[in-house]
Ligand binder design. Sequence first.
Ligand SMILES: NC(=O)c1ccc[n+]([C@@H]2O[C@H](COP(=O)([O-])OP(=O)(O)OC[C@H]3O[C@@H](n4cnc5c(N)ncnc54)[C@H](O)[C@@H]3O)[C@@H](O)[C@H]2O)c1
Ligand SMILES: C[N+](C)(C)CC=O
Length: 491
Amino acid sequence: MIRGKMFINGEWTDAKNGRVREIINPFNQEVIATVPEGSAEDSHAAIAAARAAFDEGVWSAASASERGERVRLIGQKIANQNEEFARLESLDTGKTLEESRTDMEDIANVFFYFAGLADKNGGEVIRSPLPNSTSIVVREPVGVCGLITPWNYPLLQAAWKLAPALVAGNTLILKPSELTPLTTMKLFELFEEVGLPTGVANLVLGTGKEVGAPLAESTDVDLISFTGGIETGKTIMQAASSNVKKMALELGGKNPNIVFADADFETAIDQALNAVFFHAGQVCSAGSRLLVEEAIHDDFVEELVKRTKRIKLGNGFDEKTESGPLISAAHRAKVESYIQIGLDEGATLACGGKRPDAAELQNGFFLEPTIFTNCRSSMRIVQEEVFGPVLTVETFRTTEEAIAKANDTIYGLAGAIFSNDIGKAERIASKLRLGTVWINDFHPYFVQAPWGGYKQSGFGRELGKIGLEEYTETKHIFRNKQPQPIGWFRG
Ligand SMILES: NC(=O)c1ccc[n+]([C@@H]2O[C@H](COP(=O)([O-])OP(=O)(O)OC[C@H]3O[C@@H](n4cnc5c(N)ncnc54)[C@H](O)[C@@H]3O)[C@@H](O)[C@H]2O)c1
Ligand SMILES: C[N+](C)(C)CC=O
């Protein structure tokens, strides 16, 4: 049994109020850890530590290459312990071990990539339009960063924030989801090992309302980067107005997957399954809205349903398992309520829609992969993020109709086009109001390319060069090389 701690001002600590939370394995509901259940008091202690560390300037004053070297070392340690991290992530989330291993490779690469960028931004010299002057633009750290992350990719989403925040010279407080804190705690052990200065990186544990909200509200926090649901994002945005914090919001999606009749059938079927049912649909960019050209609808759906029924649910540690459980009883209940909404709205249940019967799955939060056909854009099941293994299918006849339906939600995170007419696919890509568009693929993301949403999927970008810039302020320094009185006021 793991006994967790928070990490505040260089010390491993319990919650000041002494409370603990049990962390359970969503595959069988066994208690796998107890961790502190913090309160606002713990968050305020962490904010004070991060503020003092930033104001002291030890980390921001270190050379960019030194910060990069420390961050590279963290990446190396993660790579060396890939298996331990992956096992812990699968235990905590229920996702397959194969998936967790890939996540850990991605995470190490995130630290390597941002470490490599550390000393590449030397600023810019501007040709000043004024005589006898110099003009330079430099990037500086923003200050104290509050980083808040969700449960579906616990360490990955944390890494996307931590690596650039550290490289840029900020200090930080990370608040992971209260459901899945285990790998994040382990990462903070590595921060200690590489000798990050005291107070630079702090970890608080507990619920969003108690421990997360103070990060958004505090006037000692300069930036909030949040990944999570849209309603939480709105609350955080309001709270962060207290001192007009810099912000990045990575919110939900209701992502279209557009399949044309001229697409390679086998590829489109295989990718459509993966688009929506990977990690039991608990992916912000899940392809949960299938838009299929009318001419192939019946054949496509028939094959999709056949293969969906064969998806092997099970223990993430079993190599045969293709999909694990949902994260919690509450989340499964939410997804089930959406299935009921779909039925009430008149969508046709083509498969799934219930908990599996297999005896070995009864203790886990499992739900059968579900497909609704005969869906319309006006339905809630088509408009709202379900964040589970539920696919809606709509049809289209023309390219214009496909584009209109694809764009017809409040979200704008990601989506895909399957077609062998690449010219057509690229024209459509330019019309989709999405942060990421895939052509003849679904899901690829990598650290070199930016990630983020249009519309109510949020703002700001993670990853890529822009993902580092989010953690910097831009300063223009102008110098008059021949200063003299200008005599505007004559008195
Ligand atoms: N856009 C992306 O890149 C991306 C990636 C992963 C997940 N997501 C989204 O995350 C959501 C699922 O994650 P979730 O259920 O953990 O989301 P959530 O919004 O419930 O919680 C996210 C985090 O916010 C904290 N929180 C909750 N209330 C808070 C408050 N008032 N103040 C401060 N913090 C608070 C939670 O404790 C958690 O750590 C989905 O909507 C999914 O699309 C988006
Ligand atoms: C951003 N991503 C795809 C890694 C996780 C979304 O939930």
